[in-house]
Design a binder for this molecule. Structure first.
Ligand code: G3P
Ligand code: CA
Length: 309
């Protein structure tokens, strides 16, 4: 079958479609998210940027030129193509393209998306797709938005958009993620004031010093790394999203055990192995360590890895 038979709902570990099924279709398009859902992903992951008119759009970079045809349609502004220099109306005229050097194509064999336009979607459109698909396939599709800017305007926009769509509790299938602990501490405070408590995930690196105590390395804007204790992270977040690809920050069972003891879920990024045999071995390795969720570019391979576990 083209798509794997998918159970109605998964317990952990969860499959998070990294930028949608971004190994197959242009990242952060509605088609890429829908394909991921059809492949059985539990969550879809929109990275979020703010437009010039403060609208949230799904895009990884803070510039438009890697993933769209902006340079063929517009002159550079302020020396470049920052998302924040273009209005939503302008961004809606762009076509998303498969990034150079990747495996994504404009179409996926046998798959006809509901919306094949390959435009930059708004956060609202991503949520609406998740809700529509949840109805259509009879299981709840979660959303895992990432605040890509440490910006209170973005924090407020994310929280208000989620609230407007009926999300607000730990029981909702929502994780809000950020590389910035400042942003997550602020969102935590704002949620408390708004009687909301959606789960928060801090992104970083798994670092263990000579003392054997696990810490989360948070990447600073200027390249430095700040070390946070797991107890500190647990004071404002519900989970951690750890890089798996950096040799200097290998994730171990001992680290995951310490995170669990601190009350934190552990998700890992990025599972980008396209070869099914190698991918199966990688999922087995991390799931056996106790990882609770995987960010995957090829969600079908992640679903197979979880099902085999
Ligand atoms: O959000 C987890 C992972 O996606 C972080 O990497 O750069 O793809 O957003 P990035
Ligand atoms: Ca991300």
């Amino acid at each position: 079958a083209l798509f794997a038979a998918v159970p109605a709902a998964y317990a952990e570990p969860i499959v998070i479609a990294h930028r949608g099924a971004s190994g197959y279709l242009p990242e952060h398009t509605l088609a890429a998210y829908e394909l991921a859902i059809r492949m059985g992903a539990d969550y879809i992951e929109p990275d979020l940027q703010l437009t010039k008119d403060n609208q949230l759009v799904a895009m990884h970079d803070d510039t438009l030129n890697r993933t769209t045809n902006v340079a063929s349609l517009y002159q550079a502004r302020n020396g470049g193509y920052k998302v924040s220099d273009f209005t939503l109306a302008e961004i809606r005229t762009l076509t998303v393209v498969p990034p150079a050097g990747g495996t994504a194509q404009n179409t996926y064999p046998g798959f006809t998306p509901l919306n094949a336009e390959l435009r930059v979607p708004t956060f609202q459109e991503v949520i609406s797709l998740a809700k529509q698909q949840s109805q259509a396939i009879g299981r709840t599709v979660g959303i895992y938005p990432e605040a890509k800017q440490a910006d209170p305007v973005m924090e407020d926009a994310i929280l208000s958009t989620l609230a407007a769509n009926g999300y607000g509790s730990q029981n909702d299938q929502v994780y809000i993620q950020s590389f910035s602990d400042t942003t997550l501490r602020s969102i935590d405070t704002k949620q408390t004031a708004q009687n909301a408590d959606m789960r928060l995930v801090l992104l970083g690196a798994a670092l263990t010093g000579g003392d054997g105590i696990a810490r989360v390395g948070v990447f600073g804007a200027s390249g430095g790394v700040t070390m946070l204790t797991l107890a500190d992270v647990a004071s404002f977040a519900d989970g951690i999203g750890m890089v798996i690809n950096y040799a200097a920050a290998p994730l171990s069972k001992a680290f995951i055990d310490q995170a669990h003891a601190a009350g934190l879920e552990v998700h890992g990024w990025t599972f980008g192995q396209a070869d099914p045999v190698l991918a199966a071995a990688e999922y087995k390795k991390y799931l056996e360590m106790g990882m609770d969720g995987v960010f995957a570019n090829y969600p079908d391979l992640a679903v197979a890895g979880v099902q085999a576990f």
